[in-house]
Ligand binder design. Structure first.
Ligand SMILES: C[S@@+](CC[C@H](N)C(=O)[O-])C[C@H]1O[C@@H](n2cnc3c(N)ncnc32)[C@H](O)[C@@H]1O
Length: 271
């Protein structure tokens, strides 16, 4: 297919990719025919995927507001995705223009779009990086410029860890970020959960095997291990719409249809 002028040379247009599939599910335009075909097939098998993406995004917004209200002024958003409505820097800087945000994603389209959006924002930047290579991210020049790790920071890993298999040691990688965080920092995380219906799970797995990000679902207990050494804030690890909803009605009768668990945890202050 023809390459649009905003599409970096390094991307494979023929292979559906998680960032662009998610962008399509959220109604964005930074996606290609292969991503849309994939997402349409996904929606046939699992029509909840689109509302689930929106609920995940709404959790992200509420969690960022919670962090700013709790005194956080710097954010490291790993697996940040293609910019869409309600980006982290927009929410945080609206509450306090002094907030600083570093976006990190492994997908070049996400990074290119973030760079374009942040051209005139000297308190936010975008970096291409892999979550499981924390040293490259934490010690990058741009991280040194934007994030002061001696001060509390919110590290966001929202709907990204389920694309990282156990063989890539995601728990060890997350522990490395946690050890870099100052006491009082937050880890904000959401993660796809094992599906109750095995037959649909198989169909979805088969579909994702053909994408650039095959994905892995974990049990709530395995997800909770990402928070080791931290204290989960209320209400703990719950379905995305159940995390501090703005209105009780937003939770709906079937929060589990969101298929994604979410939690925010704080690094304890020294006793
Ligand atoms: C479903 S999107 C989530 C975007 C955003 N965090 C949100 O929740 O709205 C997942 C993102 O994780 C990125 N991703 C997947 N594996 C990654 C990795 N190993 N390192 C960094 N980013 C990764 C994908 O490129 C994609 O942009």
């Amino acid at each position: 297919m023809e390459r649009p002028n905003w599409a970096p040379e390094s991307i494979d247009l023929d292979r559906p990719n998680a960032a662009r599939i998610y962008d399509y599910l959220l109604g964005g335009a930074a996606n290609f025919a292969q991503d849309r075909t994939f997402a349409d097939k996904l929606l046939e098998v699992m029509p909840e995927a689109r509302p689930a993406a929106r609920l995940n995004r709404a959790f992200l917004r509420r969690a960022v507001r919670f962090c700013v209200e709790s005194g956080i002024r710097q954010f490291l958003d790993v697996g940040s995705g293609i910019p869409t409505a309600g980006n982290v820097h927009e929410i945080a800087q609206r509450m306090d223009p002094a907030c600083r945000v570093l976006y990190v994603d492994s997908e070049p389209v996400a990074v290119t779009h973030s760079e374009l959006m942040l051209r005139d924002n000297d308190r936010a930047a975008s970096l291409r990086g892999d979550l499981v290579e924390p040293t490259a991210i934490l010690e990058s020049e741009v991280a040194h410029k934007l994030i002061d790790f001696t001060e509390p920071v919110a590290v966001l890993m929202v709907a990204v860890l389920h694309f990282i298999p156990d063989s890539a040691a995601p728990h060890a990688a997350v522990a490395r970020y946690v050890s870099a965080m100052a006491p009082g920092s937050f880890l904000v995380l959401s993660h796809g959960v094992e599906l109750p219906s095995a037959s649909r799970a198989d169909e979805v797995d088969e579909l994702y095997q053909r994408s650039a990000n095959p994905g892995v679902r974990r049990s709530p207990a395995d997800i909770e291990r990402f928070f080791d050494g931290l204290t989960l804030v209320e209400p703990g690890l719950v379905w995305t719409p159940q995390w501090r909803p703005e209105d009780a009605e937003d939770v709906g009768e079937h929060p589990e249809a969101s298929m994604v668990c979410a939690g925010v945890a704080r690094k304890p202050l020294p006793a």
